[in-house]
Write a protein that binds this ligand. Structure first.
Ligand code: GLY
Length: 252
């Protein structure tokens, strides 16, 4: 398995955030936390490819939003935040030799943080960042590759679908209590965590291991009870920019 990640620019202190960070983002702490994340991926046997930071794009570390990978195909997205649309070029260039690429045209928008894959189904949050044309384009590009795309309505306060849930394996989704209708993922089993730990619903599961946000004891206990080996990581500086663990990599 490969993971594409991207270094943190000095401009990260100006990354998008629904609420201004208080205390402000500490870029050096962010880099240290990112380095620990990369080390955790490498420790799971994943080969990590690191793209250079881009000072013109403060949010560029959140690579997940720029591409949706399914097997040997990648849809290069058109992120919903205009300030982020220029992030895709470097990611597309890095994926070009490895995968068949399809570039999303305007006015479609879609953020990869809205996409949760379970087996051959990708659930796509219909957020303020992802529009119906984005969902349709993804469906059109992936249907010939055996992928079904299901649109999931989201309340306006949820930035991305994976802000409130994450894949544990093809049969289980970790979800913050009360965040989504019970039947959002059909018959898939839901592993619930308390609403007051909702931030920790964004985990990165790789086989039997789960990268999870440090400081959320009930979520960690729930994951361990579900049979996972947890790897808690500091995410304070990602969180200040509305980012979390899945946001910082593209797995292929
Ligand atoms: N700061 C991540 C985002 O808002 O897209």
């Amino acid at each position: 398995m490969l993971a594409l990640v991207r270094s943190i620019p000095d401009s990260y202190a100006q990354a998008l955030a629904a609420v201004p960070a208080d205390p402000p983002i500490d870029v050096e702490d962010a880099r240290a936390q990112h380095a620990a994340y990369v080390a955790a991926l490498a420790g799971l046997g994943i080969e990590v490819i690191t793209l250079d930071a881009d000072e013109a794009h403060p949010d560029c570390v959140f690579v997940e939003d720029t591409a949706v990978v399914a097997g040997d195909v990648a849809v290069i997205t058109r992120p919903g935040a205009p300030s982020r649309q220029g992030e895709v070029a470097a990611v597309a260039a890095a994926l070009a030799g490895r995968l068949e690429l399809h570039r999303m045209p305007a006015p479609a928008t879609l953020d990869g943080g809205d996409c949760l894959r379970l087996g051959t189904t990708i659930y796509v949050g219909r957020s303020a960042r992802t529009n119906d044309l984005g969902v349709s384009f993804l469906r059109q590009m992936l249907s010939g590759h055996g992928i079904t795309v299901v649109s999931v309505p989201l309340p306006p306060e949820v930035l991305h679908l994976k802000c409130v849930c994450a894949r544990l394996d093809d049969d289980r989704v970790l979800v913050a209590e009360g965040a989504l209708p019970e039947d959002t993922f059909g018959e898939t089993a839901l592993v619930r965590i308390p609403a007051d730990e909702a931030y920790a619903a964004n985990v990165l599961a790789v086989g039997g291991a789960v990268l999870c946000a440090d400081g959320f004891p009930r979520t960690q206990e729930t994951l361990e009870s579900a049979g996972f080996r947890t790897i808690p990581l500091l995410t304070t500086e990602a969180r200040k920019a509305d980012g979390a663990l899945t946001c910082m990599s593209i797995l292929l």
